[in-house]
Design a protein around this ligand. Structure first.
Ligand SMILES: Nc1ncnc2c1ncn2[C@@H]1O[C@H](COP(=O)(O)OP(=O)(O)O)[C@@H](O)[C@H]1O
Ligand SMILES: [Mg+2]
Length: 259
């Protein structure tokens, strides 16, 4: 479809003898939130690795915004606006929250060692702008008061929020969230859900891996179930959840077994 921001077709990835992702196809419409669920080891995180360029697919096509991504390195995919977060937050613990945010920005002229002297004032102005943007995003996540704390001093839930906040520094058009609520307490999760809905309202397209079904139902416009590396079911979240094949995949029982 014309307004698919992402189209994955026939993607495969093996590790030795194991097919982690096996002939997987899915599409994501611009401006929506697409949920991705499935039992442990189903290949969800590996699929995110493939889409974001952190792993290279053995076969298949990954078209983002009309361009083929398969085989491109992660930094180039990120520059095009496809950004992911990790299941385990990757914040640098001995840097401050603000410093972590600044690292998430992709367009820091100041980082090049070839920046000529006469551009110094310009570099400083850019850094100011990036800092302002970092503070705005931290404020959005209610983290601004922690900007000068070490990331290592944050709670597990706050680290997950920082991971998401940092991803936003790169101006994503498509954001892949890998289990953003894992280890986050219910009250904070509820707040995070509202933030994610606001991001969608502002035009961001989001793909989200999540185990907690109520969160998935509350957020997703469309839902995919991955099982043994392949799409087992997809469609409207409430319908997908009530599909007996999905139930069986989670229980790991055969299709003839009684639930
Ligand atoms: N780098 C890797 N090397 C070898 N096996 C891997 C690697 N990454 C993932 N796997 C295996 O691929 C399968 C899918 O893993 P993963 O994508 O992490 O699943 P999920 O995120 O759905 O729990 C698992 O069996 C896992 O052990
Ligand atoms: Mg995973």
């Amino acid at each position: 479809m014309a307004n698919d921001i992402l189209r994955v077709e026939g993607v495969r990835k093996g590790f030795g003898g194991l097919l982690a992702v096996d002939n997987c196809s899915l599409s994501v419409r611009e401006g929506t939130i697409v949920g991705l669920i499935g039992p442990n080891g189903a290949g969800k995180s590996t699929l995110f690795d493939l889409i974001s360029g952190f792993a290279r697919p053995d076969a298949g096509s990954i078209v983002f915004s009309g361009m083929e991504m398969a085989g491109l390195p992660a930094f180039r995919i990120a520059r095009l606006g496809l950004i992911r977060t990790f299941q385990i937050p990757r914040a640098l613990m001995r840097m401050t929250v603000l410093e972590n945010m600044m690292l998430g920005s992709q367009n820091q002229i100041g980082e090049t060692i070839f920046a000529p002297i006469f551009r110094r004032s310009r570099v400083r102005a850019d850094e100011k702008a990036i800092e302002k943007k970092a503070e705005d995003i931290l404020k959005f996540f209610d983290l601004l008061r922690m900007k000068d704390e070490y990331a290592g001093s944050m709670s597990g839930g706050q680290k997950k929020m920082l991971e998401m906040a940092r991803a936003l520094m790169a101006d994503p058009r498509l954001l892949l969230l890998d289990e953003p609520f894992a280890g986050v307490n219910p009250a904070l999760s509820e707040r995070l859900i509202e933030k994610i809905k606001l991001l969608r309202k502002n035009g961001l397209t989001i793909m989200i891996i999540e185990h907690a079904i109520p969160y998935v139902l509350s957020l997703s416009d469309e839902l995919y179930v991955l099982n043994k590396g392949a799409v087992l079911a997809s469609g409207r979240p409430d319908q997908v959840i009530s599909d007996s094949r999905v139930f069986e995949a989670y229980l790991g029982v055969g299709s003839d077994a009684q639930p």
